[in-house]
Write a protein that binds this ligand. Sequence first.
Ligand SMILES: Cc1cc2nc3c(=O)[nH]c(=O)nc-3n(C[C@H](O)[C@H](O)[C@H](O)COP(=O)(O)O)c2cc1C
Length: 277
Amino acid sequence: MDQDFREQLERRFGTAPAGGDRTDIPDLWRGLAGRGSCRRFEAAPVDAGLIETICALALASPSKSDLQQRDIVFIDEPALRASLDGLLTPGQPWIAGAPHLLVVLGNNRRQRQIHAMRGHPFANDHLDAFFNAAVDAGIALSALVLAAEAAGLGACPISAIRNHAAELSRLLDLPPHVFPVAGLALGRPVREPMITPRLSLDLTVHRNRYDDAAQEDGIDAYDRRRDEIMPYRAQRDPARFGVAETYGWSEDKARQYAVPERDDFGDHVRAIGFRLD
Ligand SMILES: Cc1cc2nc3c(=O)[nH]c(=O)nc-3n(C[C@H](O)[C@H](O)[C@H](O)COP(=O)(O)O)c2cc1C
């Protein structure tokens, strides 16, 4: 493992994995180790052919049973983009500055259409139908990000597109059993990515059996390590939660999910035909 790669992993996790004596580090590994989301872009658009290639690579990623239950919508109609920005930018003004916006969809409709085409019953109308399509879309989202970053682009997923799932679905003409999973802001980054520290590997990589005995100490240690490298610039909603003397990742995430978020998404998913039992 060479020095640069090791340092990136140490910054990310506190310690680098053993890594053996491998010295020929694949480019993809370097890209993953050093990657970071991008929320500030150059104004110039990216070549449409490059975006199409990135979409193709994303859809080359694994798919459950090769069911291919994910699609990508590339937005290039200015009026539509303005409508989507209208939904997304309250709270996230940076999105308007992204030259491109894509939406990754979970799609269980095609599977049902195949059953109608081939005359077989669809005998899996339960939670798994939604879950599989959502996972497939998540895998494609990840591959979209990695393919874009490998081409020198910047990208950031946007879960806020699900804040107004029904309205977004109307704008994109999404039919039943097709649902938004995430948006993706895309463009040329104005600066190098920042490496966001992650929880240490001994908390998140288990050997044989799940073990969270060291969880609280591990989270406290992560809070401190992260604070040294990437302190929070502001505390979340001090009017509601007060001002904490020490403010780290765990306080921020607990505050974030102390407030309901997208609690109508289940209603939307049921309304477009999914049975979630
Ligand atoms: C499914 C998904 C949805 C996300 N939604 C948003 C979003 O709405 N706004 C945002 O600024 N970042 C969003 N992100 C980016 C995460 O905040 C980011 O990945 C995380 O803070 C870790 O930072 P890094 O990607 O730079 O390592 C999202 C990421 C994922 C995977």
